[in-house]
Design a protein around this ligand. Structure first.
Ligand code: PGA
Length: 253
């Protein structure tokens, strides 16, 4: 008889992207205070810009809010001006790291092979990776969304993830920061395809890996998205910058 692994708690992760000066720490403190008052069913993380990570981790120490980086270099140190190494994120208090976000794939030409290498580096450093995948509007309109995304899953997830804590985030590029959200049937179809791929890659463990949805998740659509089959949380950009909005999304999980 095989025992199935328990279903992990949903993960709601805020991705601040290139937003946030010192005063933004107040928003994070307000999120922590809100969760203190009303504990969440979900795990909660905030991934600020690197300049705020250390201060944010200190401000949130002892709270229910984890912190994470938005990227790491594939190497752990060396001559890579402007880049951040995974052990530096850990040193600054991070527990997680977002890898392969479409903005990094687009802005910095990151390939799935590079993302997979970064995942290995992150795991070695003790970070829990959130690995992002998602199709462009052109790919969706051409009918290739499922093939593109499942291909990204296969190529961005190295075998060393077996048995490790990680999440996959499905973020259709055309839904990021646009206010456009994928339809619930589209989300369900894509998450089911990602789940099937995860089971092929990781067996029983693949059946429990949280698959987050990202792309214009807001307080008014979070509940229905988070109720959709195989949605195990959310990666939230714009709406994570304001404590009240982020708390409302967390409460919907
Ligand atoms: P958005 O961003 O919520 O602002 O659309 C999501 C993301 O890119 O992680």
């Amino acid at each position: 008889m095989t025992l199935s692994s328990p279903k992990p708690r949903p993960l709601i992760a805020g991705n601040w992207k290139m937003n946030g000066l010192a005063q933004a720490l107040d928003q994070a403190r307000a999120v922590a205070a809100g969760l203190d008052e009303k504990p969440a069913g979900a795990r909660v993380a905030i991934c600020p810009p690197a300049t705020l990570l250390d201060r944010l981790s200190q401000a949130l120490e002892g709270s229910a809010v984890l912190t994470g980086g938005q990227d790491c270099h594939v190497k752990t140190s060396g001559a890579h001006t402007g880049d951040i190494a995974a052990p530096m994120l850990v040193d600054a208090g991070a527990a997680l790291v977002i890898l392969g976000h479409s903005e990094r794939r687009d802005d910095h030409g990151e390939t799935s092979a590079l993302v997979a290498a970064k995942v290995e580096t992150a795991l070695t450093a003790g970070l829990e990776p959130i690995i992002c995948v998602g199709e462009s509007l052109q790919q969706r309109e051409a009918g290739s969304a499922l093939a593109v995304v499942t291909g990204q899953v296969r190529e961005s997830l190295p075998a060393v993830l077996a048995g490790q804590a990680f999440a996959v985030a499905y973020e259709p590029i055309w839904a990021i920061g646009t206010g456009r959200v994928a339809t619930l049937p589209d989300i369900e179809e894509m998450h089911a395809a990602i789940r099937a791929e995860l089971v092929v890659l990781f067996g029983d463990h693949g059946a429990t890996v949280p698959i987050l949805y990202g792309g214009s998740v807001k307080p008014d659509n979070a509940a229905e998205i988070l109720r959709t089959a195989e949605v195990g949380g959310a990666l939230v950009g714009g709406a994570s910058l304001k404590a009240s909005d982020f708390l409302a999304i967390i409460a919907a999980a």
